[in-house]
Design a protein around this ligand. Structure first.
Ligand SMILES: CC(C)(COP(=O)(O)OP(=O)(O)OC[C@H]1O[C@@H](n2cnc3c(N)ncnc32)[C@H](O)[C@@H]1OP(=O)(O)O)[C@@H](O)C(=O)NCCC(=O)NCCS
Length: 157
């Protein structure tokens, strides 16, 4: 069991995980479609089974986290994946890390704030535009909260 960087040899394993957990490898962020098969990232696997995955893109001097999943919750997997990305951004001398989460994801909102991320921007009703591109996005999100807005978090390095 170990943490690995995504590369051409394990890309298929990662893409299957993305499809399984996000239904598709296309993610809509701020109304823009992102091809998740092109993202960089790290994952934790045990016997060819992915247990946790973080993906990101780098543009200008910003690292944007595009997904984070842990199947072994409350055992430090999410924190370790986040730590690997923070280390990567520092090594690449990037200015900040940003990520978007949705208003229903109370668990993620707690997780990021406790790890130094601060709320930077609110994209009100962003999910209306996302649903036009991806109609399968549900109306109700986590905790039965109406899924409506995107919140951008940032960590200045
Ligand atoms: C958000 C998410 C990635 C967190 O992953 P995780 O593996 O549970 O994260 P960790 O285990 O590192 O941390 C979770 C909690 O467990 C606790 N924890 C960490 N290691 C622990 C350990 N060894 N023993 C007991 N508890 C531990 C942490 O203190 C943490 O609590 P805190 O956030 O209040 O500080 C995960 O809940 C998830 O996949 N959610 C669904 C997908 C999602 O919403 N992703 C984000 C979209 S933007």
């Amino acid at each position: 069991m170990g943490y690995e960087r995504i590369d051409s040899r394990n890309r298929q394993l990662v893409n299957s995980f993305l499809k399984e957990h996000w239904y598709t490898t296309t993610m809509v962020i701020r109304g823009e479609e992102i091809d998740m098969t092109q993202t960089e990232g790290f994952y934790l696997a045990e016997k060819e089974k992915v247990l946790g995955l973080i993906t990101y893109m780098v543009y200008e001097d910003i690292l944007e986290i595009t997904s984070l999943n842990s199947l072994r919750e409350n055992q430090g997997v999410g924190s370790k994946l986040m730590e690997l990305v923070v280390q990567e951004a520092k090594e690449r001398r990037l200015r900040k890390i940003v990520l978007i989460t949705t208003n229903d994801n109370i668990n993620a909102i707690r997780f990021y704030q406790k790890r130094g991320f601060d709320m930077a921007r609110l994209f009100r009703n962003a999910l209306e535009a996302s649903r036009r591109l991806k109609p399968e996005i549900p109306l109700l999100g986590e905790n039965d909260i109406p899924l409506r807005h995107e919140i951008e978090f940032e960590l200045l390095l």
